[in-house]
Design a protein around this ligand. Structure first.
Ligand code: ADP
Ligand code: ASP
Ligand code: MG
Length: 413
């Protein structure tokens, strides 16, 4: 007989999007349980449900208090845990459902983007000891005053990985609507290829640069606690993609993937005095408004003045522009401009550390398609460029081909 394992599985919105899908998930979970493994299952709200709840809130109060919004949107997951447990019981598989607060997923109090502080797993272990499947609502927790919190969009991934870390699970399996992590979003590039493995470091970059297949925080958690993590399809059998923690740079592909995001906007202040403290002053005002700044470019000064450009989340664009206009007035800057029709494309790969020439290949490929690069930023394992939003998909496809990632017999790796 095989050794019993403790498995944490997570099923995303599409995977539990209808009664039929929930029955199919129950079937899968019950079979695995019957084979002897201990099972903890984290579920998302049924697909579209979180969006529906958010728009419901907006129709009642466009500025709904964050605390109440969390009370509302956490209900999506509560529906699914109950339905899945019922479906399991129907199959004769003992199951118990719990909300985040019932299993003590303690978070800080930043509603809408709460961070998990700790998990008291006593209740879960107790149920597992009694042979039950434990079904847990993803995306939610409770702060120290007992308020319901949520973990940010896509947060059920983080619940699952945090639960797996707390329980020291043998594997955390993220079941979704694609059969693994791809070289880029397969919905944009049909030629994208599934990766058998990707390093946690690369996955973290891919997630933070726009690939929503795993929430960023779930990857951070996985890296911190070395959680064995795999992304798989709930619709078909297959090995999926394993997230790995060791890398062999010599064998690493040059580029593992291409990420992109439309969620970008840039603002520029022209003709600011070129003297110490200006960047600190401009970014200080933006930071005080809790707006995150991503890329920053400052020009070489000429005639005692310089230009300063940075990018922010598109949702923060209007506010950033307003703040910058105020600061610019105080600094006697020449003008403030902005553009929220931009996109970021990034190539990611640990292989970059030991290879030169990635940037020039990237820039040449874009130039050959007459795609203008507006801004560039680099780190050890990624290069990002800002382009006109119109050219985002073309840019992604072009780079995917240029780095030999296309699914073709002649692919470069
Ligand atoms: P779930 O509801 O299961 O959490 P998500 O919609 O959050 O699923 O994430 C899965 C989606 O992520 C896929 O349908 C795919 O379109 C998108 N995606 C973006 N980049 C990638 C990538 N590199 N590999 C796989 N999927 C990706
Ligand atoms: N239901 C939440 C969302 O739609 C959390 C998740 O699915 O991971 O963002
Ligand atoms: Mg998701």
């Amino acid at each position: 007989m095989k050794n019993m394992a403790l498995i944490v599985q997570k099923y995303g919105g599409t995977s539990v999007g209808s009664p039929e899908r929930i029955l199919a998930v129950a079937e899968k979970v019950a079979r695995r349980r019957a084979s002897g493994d201990d099972m903890v299952v984290v579920v998302s709200a049924m697909s579209g449900e979180t969006d529906r709840l958010i728009s419901l809130a907006k129709s009642v109060n466009p500025q709904a208090p964050a605390r109440e919004l969390d009370v509302l949107i956490s209900t999506g997951e509560q529906v699914t845990i109950a339905l899945l447990s019922m479906a399991l019981e129907r199959r004769g598989c003992a199951a118990r459902s719990y909300t985040g607060s019932q299993v003590h997923i303690r978070t800080d109090n930043s509603h809408g983007k709460a961070r998990i502080i700790d998990i008291d797993d006593a209740r879960v272990r107790d149920d597992l000891g009694k042979g039950r499947v434990v079904v847990i609502a993803g995306f939610q927790g409770v702060d120290e005053d007992g308020n319901i919190t949520t973990l940010g969009r896509g947060g059920s991934d983080t619940t699952a990985v945090a639960m797996a870390a707390a329980l020291k699970a043998d594997e955390c399996q993220i079941y979704t609507d694609v059969d693994g992590v791809y070289t880029t979003d397969p919905r944009i590039v049909p030629n994208a290829r599934r990766l058998d493995r990707i390093t946690a470091e690369e996955m973290l970059e891919m997630a933070s640069l726009g690939a929503k297949v795993l929430q960023i925080r779930s990857v951070e958690f996985a890296g911190k606690y070395r959680v064995p993590l795999r992304v798989l399809s709930s619709f078909e059998e297959g090995p999926g993609t394993l997230i790995t923690y060791e890398e062999n740079e010599m064998e690493a592909p040059l580029i593992s993937g291409i990420a992109f995001s439309r969620d970008e906007a840039k603002v520029t202040v022209r003709g600011v005095p070129d003297k110490p403290g200006i960047a600190a002053r401009i970014l200080g005002d933006i930071g005080s408004a809790n707006i995150n700044v991503d890329m920053i470019v400052q020009n070489v000064g000429a005639d005692g003045t310089t230009d300063f450009t940075f990018t922010v989340h598109r949702g923060d664009y209007r506010q950033a522009l307003e703040i910058l206009k105020k600061t610019a007035g105080q600094l006697a800057a020449r003008e403030v401009t902005g553009d929220d029709k931009i996109a970021k494309i990034s190539v990611v790969g640990v292989g970059m550390r030991s290879h030169a020439g990635i940037a020039s290949t990237m820039f040449k490929a874009l130039a050959d398609e007459s795609i203008n690069i507006q801004m560039i930023s680099t780190s050890e394992i990624k290069i990002s460029v800002i382009v006109d939003e119109k050219y985002m998909e073309l840019g992604v496809r072009t780079l995917h081909a240029a780095f030999g990632l296309d699914k073709q017999p002649t692919a470069g790796r």
